[in-house]
Write a protein that binds this ligand. Structure first.
Ligand code: C2E
Ligand code: C2E
Ligand code: C2E
Length: 90
């Protein structure tokens, strides 16, 4: 089976991420802002990130990519089902 970080595209819920009060998410938010800037992608409510960047971010948090995904999951900042996400926003 594929490692968890390759099994599915990693998609961040930007509203949830930027509004989250927990300081532990600071590095994730910083990376997301920087990616938005480099892509010129400012209007999205979600952001797909590279598996490579997840790997780097995991090092920052002293965990593995799967460990980081679990953490992001717990904080509720991941989007799994885009269709359901956009449907619920309407
Ligand atoms: P780059 O890596 O040389 O990529 C140039 C362009 O190729 C990107 O322009 C994008 O249109 C396309 N591209 C590259 N990889 C992918 C991909 O996996 N999926 C898609 N859909 N398109 C891809 P863009 O988006 O304007 O980004 C400009 C530069 O900003 C990129 O140059 C890269 O240096 C940086 N960048 C953008 N997003 C990320 C990111 O998520 N992580 C990292 N590490 N750098 C990023
Ligand atoms: P997808 O990757 O499954 O993305 C579905 C929708 O989620 C996108 O619809 C877009 O509204 C949103 N989305 C996903 N990632 C991002 C992101 O990093 N930033 C923003 N702002 N929105 C995001 P959309 O744009 O109509 O695209 C539909 C499908 O078309 C995408 O499905 C993808 O398969 C393809 N696509 C669109 N743009 C690109 C691109 O630049 N490169 C590649 N390789 N595929 C693209
Ligand atoms: P995606 O566009 O559907 O691309 C899926 C995978 O195809 C990427 O996974 C990467 O392994 C490969 N790929 C696509 N385009 C390129 C490319 O131009 N150069 C290279 N070397 N590989 C490419 P990855 O890297 O995990 O990215 C996941 C998603 O993050 C991408 O899905 C895309 O939605 C977003 N993304 C990543 N980098 C960029 C970027 O530079 N610009 C934009 N606009 N989106 C990006």
């Amino acid at each position: 089976p594929l490692p968890v970080e390759q099994a599915e595209k990693i998609v961040l819920n930007l509203e949830a991420l930027y509004d989250h009060p927990d300081a532990e998410l600071e590095h994730v938010a910083k990376l997301a802002r920087s990616i938005q800037q480099r892509r010129g992608d400012y209007n999205g409510r979600i952001l797909s990130i590279r598996a490579d960047d997840l790997y780097t971010l995991a090092v920052v948090y002293s965990t593995t990519p799967s460990g980081l995904i679990e953490k992001l999951e717990d904080f509720g900042v991941l989007v799994h089902d885009l269709q359901a996400f956009f449907a619920s926003e309407e």
